[in-house]
Structure formats: structure tokens, C-alpha cells
Design a protein around this ligand. Structure first.
Ligand SMILES: Cc1ncc(COP(=O)(O)O)c(C=O)c1O
Length: 544
């Protein structure tokens, strides 16, 4: 939801008498929304009230506040006023809805409720929760879901057809067919997770690192350092919550994973973006960012460097082994008065379509002095099971474990036992191989279509990723791809949806490039990807 500009006082001419009297609290929203007849479109709040606004459907209601009035000028029509006793007015006849899928309107919600009312929902909601509203992901999902024909190159979903129903069914039956011991899978588990699964993920990670490197490493990571979480997002949130006080800093790639940027912001921390090239974060730029922070007297606030070293979301870049070691070295050198951690978010490690694997930073820091590894089965098996893991430095086991026990005191055990069985029965790696085949073809389709349509369009460039699910596209700088610009509306009307790059930038550091786009190839077939890139390219050329 866009920022709501607060407005109070009287309304001007053109509004009925009832609204010309001073109002206690009002808010004005100006936005363009995807027209959808069946879903609530958005929420509007004053200091006292939060109302769900429906347009074009039948289920109209103003919440329990009888003092609310809504005024809206619809398209080019005169302002209308709707009160709780005139609910039918909210039913906008279809003839008034432009043929365009986008509906533009301005709406003002007034509330005359007395300031002393203490039952107001708005007043009860915490600042953090209010700040969390309007995350880009929900706006974009709303756009995609409301038009089934749109080719969404925005969603971070995985391929639906290859979701592993048969192997999951086998594993689930095995977990639940063991009589009394099956009952353990339906009980609460331990805070840091199922021991068997922790053993398996640690062994698997170490084996992969050994296989990817010709240098030996003396791993001293213990099982106590391994945590299982319901998806790695929970782990990332816990890390931020454990490390950050308000105003503290996490350095990250520019651009970076927007859910993590949002989590840091929500906790009151700041992200500082560091310049990247085709191999991810540039170590020299990281060093310069730290020097600047030190000059500003803020070094004590720097708590971690966040990296997505394999096929970054959104950049698609992979850190070379050398870069991984350089970043770790920078974290060690700048840990003067306090420790600076390196978060290695390895969500896409298994989705490699070409070339040899690269050892994790864990390999260069085998007892995890500075490195925090975050992993997940969401991309390489199933996000519906939602099992992730973390390998933690020993000094974080207690504090992060305490935070976790405040939240869920252990990830759901059934999902963990199912995943452990899938690993034990050797069902995971064959599935990963199958996924690689599916995504490799789609990745090639996307890169090929970009080359065909935009290869010779000046100002357009993209990273030729060889893994993951994202392609980062930069357009000529006069094209604003953001939610407030008109390009995204033209693209949606043409039938293609993307994530505006502006969402993927940190709160400070490298400035946002508003001519960027995150494309994903996980969901659509190769044919639809080719078609979608064709539609997008037509718009880009049209805007040249
Ligand atoms: C970079 C990155 N990290 C972490 C995650 C979280 O995945 P999950 O919480 O499903 O394990 C995602 C999901 O899209 C991601 O893109």
C-alpha cells in the first residue's frame, strides 16, 4: 500500500454539507489499483479507524465505526460521498469502470470519532506492524492473482509441475508407518531441530564443499551449531533480530534480496548497499563502504555483511571462491571492537545449470568464527514443506536460540522428519537433478529471448546467470520501472508482470537504479517466458 498522506481539517467545495464540518481525523489515498471484482482492494486508515474498501463487488461494509465517511471522485466523475448508511453507493456500476484494467481514484476516509476512544484498532497496532504493511510482495501477488492471463515473470514461486508429490508421499508414509515412533513426529520437537536432519544437512554441506575445492578444510562445526527453521526466512529474521538494535547496520549487495531488506528495516536496522559487478559484491567497494561508515563514527553499528553467494536474488551473480575469502577477510579485519559476521544465504546453491560448484564461505571458516550459513530445501525440493537450516557461530547459539524459543521453540517436526527421510532414502539429489533440467531450459529461454529482442537495444543489459531463478535487467535510464511510474502499467496492460528493481535496494549506500527489473523464470513454461519477454521488449522499444 502506498504511503498514506495524513490530512485533517475541512474539505473544500464540492462536498456535501455533512463533510464540510471539521473532521477529527482523515486520510487521503491516491492510487491506481488493479481492478478485481471479488477481492478487497486495499485498506484505508485514519488515526481511529481502519476500513477495508471494496470496489465493484457486492460485499460492501464499513467496519464497526459508524462515524466513518468515504469520499471519492471516481475517474472523471464528480466527487461522491459514501457514509455507513449509504453503503450501496460503493457499488460502482461496471459502465463507470474504464475498459482499462487499472482503476485510478482518489479516496478520502474521514472519521469523527472522539480522540479519547481507546478501542480503535489503528491505535492498537504497533509501529512495527504498520511499517510491515505494503511489502512489495503482496502488492505484486495481488496484481498477478487478479489477472489469470498475465505472464508473471515476477513471482518467486517454484515450478508447479515438478513438485515432488510421489517422493513426499513415500517419505510421509514411512514416517507415519513406524507405530509408536511415528507419534514422535507428531509431537513438539526441540528448539534447534531434529538431530537426524541436523546431522544430514551438515554432512551434506561439508561433503559438497570438499567436492568443490581442492583445498582441505578442518571442519569443527558441531551439531549444536546447526538449527532447523521453518524456511530460511525465519533464520534470516532471527539473525537480524539477534544482532540489531535500532540504527544498527547490515551491509549487503546492491541490489539485494528484498525480503531481508524489509526484515532489517522492520526491526529498526539499516541496510547499506555495496556496489556489485558480475561476480557479486566488489570487495574494494565493501572496504570503501566500511571506511565511510568509520569516518561517520558508525563502525560500532555494523553487525554483519549479508551475501547471497550463489545466483543472487535478484542479481543472479555468484561470488567466486576468491571473493568469498576476500569478504570474510574484510569482516575479520574490521572486527576491531566487536565481531562483524558474514551471512552466507545459500538458498540457490543447488540450482546450478552450468559450471562447477564453488565452496561455501564455511569452507574458509570451518569452525564458523564469523560465518553464518543459511540454507533451505524450498528451492531444491518444496517450499510447501518449508524446511531451512542455519549453521551458527558458537557465540550466537544461545542468543539466537533464545529468540527462537520465544517464537516457536522448534520447527514443525513432521516436516523435518519427512525431509530427513527424503535425504536418508536418497530421494533429494535425483529430484535436484530433475529440477536443474527444467530450470536450465527456462533460463536459456529467458536469456535467449532477451538476446533476440533486446540484444541491440542501447541501454539494455542483463546478467547472464547460470543458475538460480532470477535475471536482473537494466533498461535505459529514462524508463522508470517503479510502481509510481507508467511503464509498469503499460507492461501489465500488455500482459506481463515483473518486480520493479527499486524494491531491491538497501536503505543507504549505493543509490537505487529505478530503471531495473527483476525477472524470474521459475513458474512459467519456456514458451510463456519467450512470449513474456517479447511483450516486455515491445514496451521497452516503444519507450525508446
Ligand atoms: C535469497 C533468498 N533467501 C532466502 C529465501 C527464503 O526461502 P525459504 O524461507 O522458503 O526457505 C529466499 C526465498 O525466495 C531467497 O530468495
Amino acid at each position: 500500500m502506498p504511503t498514506v498522506a495524513a490530512e485533517s481539517g475541512t474539505r473544500g467545495r464540492g462536498y456535501p454539507q455533512t463533510l464540510q464540518r471539521p473532521v477529527i481525523s482523515s486520510n487521503k489515498l491516491r492510487q491506481q489499483v488493479w481492478h478485481n471484482k471479488s477481492t478487497p482492494l486495499f485498506f484505508a486508515s485514519t488515526r481511529h479507524c481502519r476500513q477495508e474498501i471494496h470496489i465493484g463487488g457486492n460485499n460492501k461494509s464499513l467496519n464497526d465505526c459508524t462515524n466513518c465517511r468515504i469520499a471519492y471522485p471516481f475517474l472523471r466523475h464528480l466527487p461522491r460521498v459514501i457514509s455507513s448508511t449509504q453503503l450501496d453507493c460503493l457499488k460502482i456500476p461496471n459502465s463507470e469502470i474504464a475498459s482499462s484494467h487499472f482503476v485510478s481514484f482518489e479516496l478520502t476516509l474521514h472519521c469523527r470519532r472522539n480522540n479519547s476512544m481507546t478501542t480503535s484498532t489503528d491505535h492498537s497496532i504497533s509501529r512495527r506492524a504498520k511499517q510491515a504493511a505494503g511489502q512489495p510482495i503482496s502488492q505484486l501477488m495481488g496484481m498477478a492473482l487478479s489477472n489469470p492471463n498475465i505472464i508473471s515473470l515476477a513471482a518467486g514461486f517454484v515450478d508447479n509441475d515438478s513438485l515432488p508429490v510421489t517422493t513426499t508421499n513415500l517419505a510421509t508414509q514411512k514416517v507415519l508407518a513406524a507405530g509408536e515412533t511415528s507419534k514422535a513426529a507428531l509431537q513438539y520437537g526441540s528448539n534447534n531441530g531434529d538431530e537426524q536432519l541436523r546431522t544430514l544437512v551438515l554432512e551434506q554441506a561439508i561433503a559438497m564443499n570438499h567436492a568443490a575445492s581442492d583445498q582441505a578444510a578442518n571442519y569443527q562445526t558441531t551439531l549444536e551449531q546447526v538449527f532447523i527453521t521453518p524456511g530460511s526466512n525465519q533464520l534470516l529474521y532471527l539473525i537480524a533480530d539477534t544482532l540489531l538494535d535500532p540504527g544498527d547496520i547490515i551491509l549487503c549487495a546492491s541490489p539485494s534480496y528484498f525480503v531481508f531488506i524489509g526484515a532489517v528495516k522492520n526491526i529498526g536496522g539499516r541496510t547499506i548497499g555495496v556496489a556489485t559487478d558480475n561476480n557479486g559484491i566488489i570487495p574494494r567497494s565493501l572496504e570503501e563502504a566500511l571506511e565511510q561508515i568509520e569516518r561517520d563514527g558508525n563502525l560500532s553499528k555494523v553487525k554483519a555483511i549479508y551475501t547471497v553467494p550463489y545466483f543472487d536474488n535478484p542479481g543472479g551473480t555468484t561470488l567466486t571462491a576468491e571473493r568469498g575469502q576476500q569478504i570474510l577477510d574484510i569482516a575479520r579485519r574490521w572486527s576491531r571492537d566487536h565481531k562483524i559476521y558474514v551471512i552466507s544465504d545459500e538458498a540457490y546453491r543447488m540450482l546450478r545449470y552450468e559450471g562447477p560448484d564453488v565452496p561455501s564461505m564455511h569452507h574458509w571458516d570451518p569452525s564458523l568464527e564469523h560465518t553464518i550459513v543459511a540454507g533451505t530445501f524450498s528451492k531444491s525440493y518444496s517450499p510447501g514443506i518449508r524446511v531451512g537450516w542455519g549453521f551458527l557461530p558458537t557465540d550466537l547459539i544461545g542468543p539466537l536460540g533464545d529468540q527462537k524459543s520465544n517464537i516457536d521453540f522448534g520447527a514443525p517436526l513432521l516436516a523435518q522428519r519427512i525431509m530427513a527421510t527424503i535425504l536418508e532414502e536418497n530421494l533429494w539429489l535425483p529430484h535436484v537433478e530433475k529440477l536443474r533440467g527444467v530450470y536450465r531450459q527456462r533460463c536459456h529461454a529467458m536469456l535467449g529471448a532477451l538476446e533476440t529482442h533486446l540484444g541491440d537495444v542501447s541501454g539494455c543489459h542483463w546478467h547472464k546467470t547460470n543458475g538460480g531463478l532470477c535475471v536482473w535487467l537494466t533498461l535505459p535510464e529514462h524508463i522508470d520501472t517503479g510502481m509510481q511510474g507508467t511503464f509498469i502499467k503499460a507492461a501489465v496492460e500488455a500482459g506481463v508482470l515483473y518486480v520493479p528493481g527499486e524494491f531491491c535496494y538497501a536503505s543507504g549506500g549505493e543509490p537505487a537504479n529505478h530503471s531495473t527489473i527483476r525477472l524470474t523464470f521459475g513458474v512459467q513454461s519456456a514458451e510463456r517466458i519467450t512470449q513474456g519477454i517479447g511483450l516486455l521488449s515491445e514496451q521497452i522499444k516503444h519507450w525508446q
